[in-house]
Design a protein around this ligand. Structure first.
Ligand code: ATP
Length: 197
C-alpha cells in the first residue's frame, strides 16, 4: 500500500511527519508520498513557493527510506485536485493500493472536493484525529458520500501543531524551532521565510 499525503506543507512540521510515521506503521505501508499542492481550491494561496515547500518536505522526510516527495501537483500549475493526482499516481503505480492520508479537518471540506464520491470509489482515505475536530461529523460525511468502508478514522498521538501557528510564531518572533525538523528550521532561517507574512 502507498500512502498519499497531500497538503500545503507551508511549512511541513513535526505533526505531519509523526502522522505519516504512525499511519505507515499501522497500515504496513510500503511507501508514503508527500504531495505538496500548488494551490488548494478551497484554501488561501500558500505563502512559500512550491519549490521551497517541496524542498522543506524533502529535508523533513529524507531520513526515512519509505518516505518520498512527489511534485506532481507543484509541476502542474493551477489548483490541485486530489482526483487528478490520484489518477496520475494510479498510472505510475498500477499494482499498488493507494490510500490518501489526511487530518480530521478535511471533514469541513470533503463534500466540496471535486468528484469526491468517484475519488473514494477506488481509494482509501485514512483520517487521523486532530485536536478540536469531531469524528462523528466524519462518519456523517462518509455516509453522505457512500464511502463508509473507504474512509477509515485512525488514532494517532494527538499533536496540536499547525503550520498557521508556526507562521504566526515566526512573524511574532516567538520560539518555533521545536515544532519543525531541524533542517527545515535551518532552511526557513537561511531563506528568511515567513518573517513578513
Ligand atoms: P495550516 O495551518 O496552514 O492549515 P496544517 O498544519 O493544517 O496547515 P496542511 O499542510 O494543511 O497543514 O496539512 C496537510 C494534512 O495534514 C491535512 O490533511 C491536515 O489535516 C493534516 N495535519 C496537519 N497537522 C496536523 C496535526 N497536528 N494533527 C493531525 N493532522 C494534521
Amino acid at each position: 500500500m502507498i500512502g498519499v499525503f497531500g497538503g500545503t506543507f507551508d511549512p511541513i512540521h513535526v505533526g505531519h511527519v509523526a502522522i505519516a510515521n504512525e499511519v505507515a506503521g499501522g497500515f504496513k505501508m510500503d511507501q508514503v508520498l508527500f504531495v505538496p499542492n500548488s494551490r488548494s481550491p478551497l484554501r488561501q494561496t500558500p505563502i512559500a513557493t512550491g519549490q521551497d515547500r517541496s524542498e522543506m518536505c524533502r529535508l523533513a522526510t529524507r531520513e526515512n527510506p519509505i518516505f518520498s516527495v512527489s511534485t506532481v501537483e507543484i509541476d502542474r500549475d493551477g489548483p490541485s485536485y486530489a482526483i487528478d493526482t490520484i489518477e496520475i499516481l494510479r498510472e505510475a503505480y498500477p499494482d499498488d493500493e493507494l490510500a490518501l492520508i489526511a487530518g480530521m479537518d478535511i471533514v469541513d471540506e470533503l463534500l466540496e472536493w471535486r468528484d469526491s464520491s468517484r475519488l473514494l470509489e477506488n481509494t482509501l482515505m485514512i483520517v487521523v484525529e486532530r485536536p478540536g475536530f469531531d469524528e462523528a461529523k466524519l462518519r456523517d460525511v462518509a455516509r453522505e458520500l457512500g464511502a463508509e468502508d473507504r474512509i477509515l478514522p485512525h488514532r494517532t498521538t494527538p499533536l496540536d501543531i499547525s503550520s498557521t501557528e508556526i507562521r504566526r510564531r515566526i512573524k511574532a518572533g516567538l520560539a518555533y524551532r521545536h515544532l519543525l525538523h531541524d533542517h527545515v528550521y535551518q532552511y526557513i532561517v537561511r531563506h528568511g521565510l515567513y518573517r513578513d507574512r
